[in-house]
Design a protein around this ligand. Structure first.
Ligand SMILES: C[S@@+](CC[C@H](N)C(=O)[O-])C[C@H]1O[C@@H](n2cnc3c(N)ncnc32)[C@H](O)[C@@H]1O
Length: 270
């Protein structure tokens, strides 16, 4: 592992607290925005009833619930106990572990498919997490990585920037939604971990909230929301978000942001 254990422990404690404040809003409003990406990742990785699947950073378990509909054998790991509680309700038979993704508590060659959706950028060290993922994949097994494409292609970047404006620069990398979106960053990290890219594409992924209250609750349930509230207070965060959301209000009162997501599949050598 490349980061010292004390640094990893501190990072994980921060992530745990950032992601654990509003599990109901996350699971009901924010997580479903990426339903299409989850479904496409399962298709791209070839998940079937025969698949032993691990979801790294599984959050409140919606991707696992979709995989359950295909009959896959399910495992998940996440740093947030409250999000895992929701996941346990959704996929009662799954093996769900609370912990960090830099050190995976599973034996070598346990899984056919690993999912890392909107998640790998929150490892204390993404290189360590990817080496662990390679270790737990069977030879020929596949990792599906999903996440934001370049920030300038996502309208929701406006919301991240609005919240970021309330955070002192020294703390900017506690929450890094685009960390793996830099050109070449993901390819290099996958190759270093011994994973060969077999599919790589960008696709649209709109975020659609029914009204302003839902949009605010969805966004404030993320790590970026928690952190901004902690530093600036909820009233100020709501004020900057209301302003940032206004361009995305539709005639019907919904808030729609056109985003692009990148979906990459990489394989461990057979
Ligand atoms: C953006 S959410 C994505 C959740 C889910 N995969 C999805 O796409 O909706 C990031 C998730 O990573 C988890 N997380 C953050 N840091 C982590 C770490 N170091 N190890 C494991 N999970 C972590 C959070 O608790 C949260 O559930």
């Amino acid at each position: 592992m490349r980061v010292a254990e004390t640094d990893r422990t501190r990072w994980e404690a921060t992530q745990r607290s950032l992601w654990s404040r509003r599990p109901d809003d996350w699971s009901q409003l924010a997580e479903p925005q990426n339903l299409q990406l989850f479904s496409d990742a399962l298709d791209a990785a070839g998940v079937t009833a025969q698949t032993d699947l691990l979801d790294v950073g599984c959050g409140s378990g919606l991707a696992l619930a979709l995989a359950a509909q295909r009959g896959a054998h399910l495992s998940g790991i996440d740093i947030s106990g409250p999000l895992l509680e929701v996941a346990r309700g959704r996929v009662p038979g799954a093996d769900l572990r609370e912990g960090g993704m830099d050190v995976l508590p599973f034996p070598d060659s346990s899984f056919d498919v690993v999912l890392g959706i909107n998640a790998l950028q929150f490892a204390a060290d993404a290189a360590s997490a990817l080496h662990e993922i390679t270790r737990v994949l069977r030879p020929g097994g596949r990792l599906a990585v999903g996440g934001f494409a370049r920030p300038e292609t996502c309208q929701s970047t406006a919301l991240h920037l609005a919240m970021e404006s309330l955070v002192p620069p020294a703390q900017h990398d506690d929450h890094a939604p685009y960390a793996l979106a830099a050109p070449g960053a993901l390819e290099r990290a996958l190759a270093d971990a011994g994973l060969a890219v077999t599919q790589d594409r960008e696709q649209p992924g709109d975020w659609r909230y029914g009204d302003l209250d839902q949009a605010l609750r969805g966004v404030l349930s993320s790590a970026g929301g928690t952190r901004a509230i902690g530093l600036a207070g909820e009233e100020r965060v709501r004020a900057v978000l209301i302003e940032a959301l206004e361009p995305f209000r539709t005639d019907s009162g919904e808030f729609v942001m056109h985003n692009r997501f990148r979906l990459t599949v990489a394989e461990r050598a057979a």
